[in-house]
Design a protein around this ligand. Structure first.
Ligand code: HEM
Length: 348
């Protein structure tokens, strides 16, 4: 991921990079990108779904909707050979995240390092171009890179080198097919007042049930299964002494499947989130928690809601595979790629 990836930074350095990301990714800023996300989703469906009877949801990275949106909104890389090249490198980079770190030729780790170096080179080149665009009057808000470049201070260079990190989480949505009539009704309600116009911030705010479904999916199948924290001082937990400087791995599923917090934890029940504000803190943690909580939360939320809107209002679906097992390598993926039969639908 690069020598000074955000997850490696601590203290002031971390705060500095994080603040810059958060100011771009906060809801007030994202409001203006919802239309762009909408266009990307539509284009994507036009390209990869329309005219087909069957699609596989877990596709190669260059056909991945999230990758497309991230490239466009965060990196300002439009469709074309450059995006395809980055997609290839990104795929190999991710494969190496959980590999044995022995750098021998032909290993996953080695391939991952090479891909990471190529991706960083490409991004550095891109940053140069964006810097020139800025000098020639481009809007700082056109994408995340340009925005970060427009923040002027002595650590500017460092901020820019961290943005690659957002990538590896952003490809991780796990929208699964359930019998979700209420969700479809909610989306149809929004769609019936539209005559080709883009979704707005107000539309997205109406997608309350849909978001509950997504939260329940993230509870049962968190894309990120945990993360490391370092103990900053000695402390006791559950009768064990955890010494200062020890690495602790927190596991999302342990908390989210705890029946004292979520009764009948294996049951899929979006209504658990009827009053999500009443959940005790640090109990629903697909986006982590505390000072390192995912800054891409709102971005992921809007992108997921916009995607679901078009997936359920433009197509009817039938899952073609009875095997609904999945693997983590390290990301969550359905074992058989989740093939679905689709047919276009017109709303009445
Ligand atoms: C469903 C989608 C996503 C999930 C489930 C997810 C989950 C997570 C989790 C669990 C963490 C670790 C938090 C912690 O240690 O407490 C994290 C960190 C992070 N995520 Fe995401 N994420 C998603 C989407 C995104 C997107 C779209 C972006 C960028 C636009 C992003 C950028 C980041 C960054 C930069 C960090 C590191 C934050 C830090 O160390 O301060 N994520 N994410």
């Amino acid at each position: 991921m690069g020598g000074c990836c955000i997850s490696e930074l601590v203290g002031e350095d971390h705060k500095h990079v994080r603040d810059a990301l958060v100011s771009f990714l906060k809801p007030e800023s994202l409001k203006q990108y919802i239309g762009k996300m909408d266009e990307e989703v539509r284009n994507h469906l036009e390209m990869h779904w329309h005219g087909k009877e069957q699609v596989t949801l877990c596709v190669t990275i260059d056909e991945d909707l999230t990758f497309t949106i991230i490239c466009s909104l965060l990196f300002g890389i439009e469709r074309g050979p450059r995006r395809e090249k980055l997609a290839d490198d990104f795929r190999y980079m991710v494969e190496g995240i959980w590999s044995i770190p022995v750098n021998l030729p032909f290993t996953r780790y080695n391939r991952s390092l090479k891909s990471s170096a190529r991706a960083q080179k490409l991004l550095k080149h891109l940053i140069g171009e964006k810097r020139d665009d800025l000098k020639h009057g481009a809007s700082p808000r056109q994408d995340l890179i340009t925005y970060l470049l427009s923040i002027r201070d002595d650590k500017n260079k460092q901020v820019i080198s961290e943005i690659q990190h957002g990538f590896h989480h952003a490809v991780l949505q796990c929208c699964r097919r359930h019998d979700l009539l209420i969700l479809v009704a909610e989306q149809e309600d929004i769609a019936k007042n539209k005559h080709g116009e883009l979704l707005t911030w107000e539309d997205h705010a109406k997608m309350k049930y849909t978001w509950k479904v997504v939260m329940e999916t993230l509870r049962l199948f968190p894309p990120i299964f945990g993360g490391f924290r370092k103990a900053v001082k000695d402390f006791e937990y559950g009768g064990y002494l955890i010494p200062k400087d020890w690495l602790i791995f927190w596991v999302t599923g342990m908390t989210q499947m705890d029946d004292t917090i979520f009764p009948e934890p294996s049951k899929f029940d979006p209504n658990r989130f009827e009053d999500s504000a009443s959940l005790p803190p640090y109990c629903f943690i697909p986006f982590g928690g505390g000072p390192r909580i995912c800054p891409g939360y709102e971005f992921a939320r809007i992108e997921t809601l916009v995607s679901i809107h078009y997936l359920v209002t433009r197509f009817t679906w039938k899952i073609l595979c009875s095997d609904n097992s999945f693997s983590r390598d390290p990301m969550l993926a359905p074992a058989k790629g989740l093939p679905v039969q689709i047919s276009p639908r017109k709303l009445l």
